[in-house]
Design a protein around this ligand. Structure first.
Ligand code: X5A
Ligand code: ZN
Length: 701
């Protein structure tokens, strides 16, 4: 009976939107870049093979992704463009290799740490530069919103006057300089998620405050290549560039999805939002992914969908992803596909693995946060009193487990390992990929008032109120006496059902009684069979559903202390009143809400707003943007019907039609910073993604 009722309601009230992303995703690829190859035997360089490019592109074709992208042809970067970063001498050496024989090529290659020349290397490297700049132009001109360039040779190790680590010209660094000159950009963020430190990029921008460079990298207390002391967390930049170089060293191998996500929550994203870039460039190496012989990390391909999704919330969506490393062909190509799918606006797959960062990762977060405290407002109130002298790197933090397989042992098992991971990934991708609902967003409009992007729909009077009553009376019988309430609940359930049945990805219901609607929605989703429903409730809650069985997790954001209801693992109250001048909610979302949400791993997210909400449009938009990667992007908005502007803004965000503006960044006051810290301390044993410092461990040991 309920089902038929809902169906009936949905036919009448529910209308559905399918608007494509405003501007699309560029893909830059040129097969010629596969001609650069190693001509002699060299165990250091033999992993950088042409198949890295061709297998990535083949996989994109296999998933039908290529045809969904805007093809952008590569071109050769000009000498002038290369000279934006490199010395004339370096350019001349590179140019001179075009006519060399193998013996000469080998000799020149030997002048560098881990590089090989082929007669067509110079041409490929110029194509790599030009491909990157074409991508940048496509994004900056508004032809597309974002995009990826598949290039070889990679760039981030390359320095003003030297090739290094398979890199000849620094594609991403050239792009940043080019963007400064051509588009007068003043704030560019480079995110280097390659597993190696892009020391070339660090050197180039060390003194430049207009380029914020973030790199995480396998470090192992300086034992891992390129084994530089300046790859550690205390290299923060030089001169005017102090604070604009962020190094997050990984001191153990085996870092996984939760470590990478926690690094974004507790290190990169707060700085990135405070920096407020006009453009984001990704030095996109996938050697940080599972199976890679260089990285020895454990992150699975879908983590790159999440990372990409987060970066898409910056710089009004202007995001250019440029390939760097990645040497396990299957891991590389699946991860590339995850990245481009996300750029296209597809729902983000569920992240797998236990959501708890490792102790070693948390040590690194703590160190880099302490090192950057002088330069970033969001860290102003960071408690670093417990730290030993930062310049003498604590012995406590030194490698505890001297148990690495020897190089030889590793090489023997290497091939088995590659095949093992291939098989694992074959299964894994089948498990996490799911059919994208043909329609992105469902919504209703109880008033029939025109929306910016929606067609007005009027309520049909002949709704069978008794049927809706029967449905909701199972929940809160006394609240459904009014017809108006009843109708809005019927509407809400119609949209929710479309989401639960996976006919649409997300949805929005406006309601005169959003608090009741929210509560009914939670109950209904659980009854439908959803095991973990995350609810962010903004405003006064009239009904707090029972959360004891863990099937619902409520984070309640309200103005004043709720009387009677104390926080528990599954009901968390966050008293937060928005700042009048701008948005100071970043620290709460990144440092608290997001880590809890990822620890919980919901299969549905409900965001309910009103009445008396203590956040404005900017803060609420931030919630939608950052929580949108959870629950396969299954997100349901229930909003008080009088909030016209908010409804329009959320609708656009759900459709992916625009990146909402989050307002001027305001750092948290001491009081608010303390509030977050206290809550983190209170909940970090239960919701482990909250962990960003290890002082407890240190004092305990
Ligand atoms: C781009 C990149 C790695 C060089 C490793 C040399 N380079 N041992 O991943
Ligand atoms: Zn690398």
């Amino acid at each position: 009976m309920f089902a038929s009722c809902l169906k009936w309601v949905s036919w009448n009230f529910c209308f559905v939107l399918s608007v494509a992303m405003a501007s699309g995703t560029a893909l830059v690829y040129d097969e010629e870049m596969t001609t650069h190859k190693l001509l002699w035997s060299d165990p250091v360089c033999d992993i950088e093979v042409p198949e890295r490019l061709s297998s990535s592109y083949e996989r994109l074709k296999y998933y039908g992704i290529v045809e969904r992208c805007v093809p952008v042809p590569a071109r050769e970067g000009s000498e002038e463009e290369i000279l934006l970063v490199h010395s004339p001498e370096h350019l001349e050496v590179a140019k001179s290799t075009q006519t060399m024989n193998e013996e000469e090529l080998k000799r020149v290659s030997g002048n560098y740490d881990a590089f090989f020349f082929h007669p067509n290397t110079y041409r490929c490297a110029r194509l790599a530069v030009g491909a990157t700049l074409e991508l940048l132009d496509a994004v900056m001109s508004g032809k597309v919103c974002n995009g990826m360039a598949l290039v070889r040779p990679p760039g981030h190790h390359s320095q003003r006057n030297a090739a290094n680590g398979f890199c000849l010209f620094n594609n991403v660094a050239i792009a940043a300089e080019y963007a400064k000159v051509k588009y007068h950009l003043q704030r560019i963020l480079i995110v280097d998620w390659d597993v190696h430190h892009g020391q070339g990029t660090q050197y180039i921008f060390a003194e430049d405050p207009s380029v914020l460079y973030f790199s995480w990298h396998r470090y192992e207390h300086q034992e891992f290549w390129p084994s530089l002391k300046e790859s550690d967390y205390d290299a923060v930049g030089l001169g005017k560039g102090k604070g604009f170089n962020i190094n997050l060293p990984w001191n153990k191998v085996g870092m996984g999805n939760s470590d990478y996500l926690a690094a974004f929550f507790h290190v990169l994203l707060p700085m990135a939002f405070e920096f407020d870039p006009e453009l984001v460039l990704v030095s996109s190496g996938y050697d940080s992914g599972i199976g890679d012989p260089e990285g020895q990390m454990n992150a699975t391909p879908e983590v790159f969908a999440h990372l990409t999704h987060f970066l898409m919330q910056l710089a009004n969506g202007k995001l250019c992803v440029i390939l760097e490393g990645g040497y396990h062909l299957k891991s590389l190509s699946e991860s590339v596909c995850m990245t481009v799918k996300t750029l296209l606006g597809d729902p983000v797959p569920h992240i797998t693995g236990e959501m708890a960062p490792s102790l070693s990762a948390v040590e690194s977060f703590q160190n880099v946060r302490a090192a950057h405290k002088p330069y970033w407002k969001w860290l102003m109130h960071e408690d670093t009193s417990f730290l030993q002298n930062l310049s003498t790197k604590s012995l406590l933090l030194k490698k505890a487990n001297p148990n690495p397989a020897t190089e030889d042992e590793f090489k023997i098992t290497n091939n088995d390992e590659v095949v093992k991971v291939e098989r694992f990934l074959e299964m894994h991708m089948k498990n996490i990929l799911f059919p994208v609902p043909p329609i992105k967003t469902a919504t209703t409009d109880s008033k029939g008032s025109p929306h910016l992007l929606t067609v007005p729909v009027h309520l049909v009077k002949e709704v069978d109120q008794n049927e809706i009553k029967a449905l909701v009376s199972g929940f809160y019988a006394d609240l459904v006496k009014e017809d108006k309430v009843l109708l809005s609940l019927g509407n809400m359930l119609a949209v929710l059902d479309k989401i639960l049945r996976k006919e649409v990805c997300n949805g929005l219901a406006e309601s005169p009684v959003s608090s009741i609607s929210g509560a009914v929605a939670l109950k209904h989703a659980v009854q439908f069979g959803f095991q973990r429903v995350l609810c962010i409730f903004v405003g006064d809650m009239q009904i707090v559903p029972n959360t004891e069985d863990g099937k619902i997790l409520i984070i309640h954001i309200c103005d004043k202390e709720q009387s009677g209801k104390t926080s528990s693992k599954h009901y968390i109250s966050l008293n937060w009143k928005e700042d009048a001048e701008g948005n100071d909610f970043f620290s709460a979302v990144l440092g608290f809400i997001l880590p809890i949400a990822y620890s919980y791993q919901p299969n549905l997210t409900v965001i309910a707003v009103g009445p008396n909400q203590s956040l404005g449009i900017s803060g609420i938009s931030l919630l939608f943007a950052l929580l949108g990667g959870l629950a396969e992007s299954r997100i349901f908005a229930v909003i008080k019907d009088t909030e016209r502007n908010l409804i329009q803004s959320v609708e656009k965000a759900l459709l992916g039609a625009s990146t909402p503006h989050f307002g001027i960044y305001v750092p948290p006051t001491q009081e608010k910073a303390n509030k977050i810290k206290t809550l983190r301390d209170q909940f970090q044993q239960e919701w482990r993604m909250l962990q960003c410092s290890v002082k407890d461990e240190i004092s305990r040991n």
